[in-house]
Design a protein around this ligand. Structure first.
Ligand code: GDP
Ligand code: K
Ligand code: MG
Length: 298
């Protein structure tokens, strides 16, 4: 028998919106825990994803992407959560998109340059690379910006090179007892995860403007025999948005419900009865008190 060393620590996943942070986390965990979509600002809350394998426990912190500030309280909240995640962690994964370098990447880079723990630069979306010759100069440039960081090209969607990424992470975790039981996957409640799955479907169904102003509350979450009964309330800001979410003859809402139910079935391993309602609550995304009551803690 080898004496394996017990390791445990926090791994922050940072980067601008849409580089694939949540997709990466889901792939590592082998479970769809974090919601993803093509839209920026899909992830609003910091979420822990815990992976224990043998002696190694990595506690991933998925963050809302750091992005340019604007006036909305929800926006300030998301930037604050992302910045906090950089403190007190053992490893930082700085995720960048192979295809595009933007002002927002630059802003994240400037924050990552000051962290004291090891940094891995994860260059994602390799599957979409057209010209492989372009990659090398870009990787070299990134290495110059963060001389102590190691660069790891991956495809989070296809799971390419994720094993290597995980072993680089494991090597950098401190020796420590595990903080969470081996079978714990997240710090979030099942209710929270259910609400997020509904929100994901709404975001994926709708056009660019509305999703940002949608939030979901779970009103009932009850196991009865082998069936889990879930009642979810979709909150929008205006009457027009309510109509759009419901769709012609309720078609869109039905689709949202069907897709959310399938994901919930997989995640909770139970038969699901899902009821959805849409309600207008004006101004929720611009009001710190309203945000607090919806679970956005400042
Ligand atoms: P986040 O905002 O950084 O958390 O990004 P998401 O994980 O929500 O992903 C944003 C979009 O990029 C989604 O449409 C993902 O499916 C897509 N995406 C993520 N990783 C990859 C990848 O490796 N390859 C490709 N082609 N798309 C990806
Ligand atoms: K996204
Ligand atoms: Mg995300």
């Amino acid at each position: 028998m080898t004496d394996a060393i017990s390791r445990c620590g926090y791994v922050a996943i940072v980067g601008r919106p849409n580089v694939g942070k949540s997709t990466l986390l889901n792939h590592i965990l082998g479970q769809k825990l974090a919601i993803t979509s093509r839209k920026p600002q899909t992830t609003r809350h910091t979420l822990l994803g815990i992976k224990t394998e043998g002696e190694v426990q990595a506690i991933y912190v998925d963050t809302p992407g750091l992005h340019k500030e604007n006036e909305k309280a929800l926006n300030r909240f998301m930037n604050k959560s992302a910045s906090q995640a950089l403190r007190d962690v053992d490893v930082v994964l700085f995720v960048v998109d192979r295809l595009r370098w933007t002002d927002e990447d630059q802003m994240v880079l400037e924050r990552v340059q000051y962290v004291s723990c090891p940094v891995l630069i994860v260059v994602n979306k390799l599957d979409r690379m057209e010209d492989k010759n372009e990659l090398l100069p870009h990787l070299e440039w990134l290495t110059q910006q963060l001389p102590n960081a190691e660069v790891v090209p991956v495809s989070a969607l296809q799971g390419r090179n994720i094993d290597r990424l995980e072993s680089l992470i494991a090597e950098r975790l401190p020796e420590s007892e595990h903080f969470y039981p081996e079978d714990q996957l997240t710090d979030k409640s099942s209710r929270f995860l259910a609400a997020e799955l509904v929100r994901e479907k709404v975001m994926r169904q709708l056009g660019a403007e509305i999703p940002y102003q949608v939030t979901v509350e779970i009103e009932e979450f009850k196991q009865e025999g082998r069936v889990l009964h879930i009642h979810a309330l979709i909150l929008v800001e205006r009457d027009g948005q309510k109509k759009i979410v419901i769709g012609d003859g309720g078609e869109r809402l039905k689709k949202i419900g069907q897709e959310a139910r399938l994901d919930m079935q997989k995640l909770f391993g139970s038969k699901i009865m899902l009821n959805l309602w849409v309600k207008v609550r004006r101004g929720w995304s611009d009001d710190e008190r309203a945000l607090g009551s919806l679970g956005y803690r400042f």
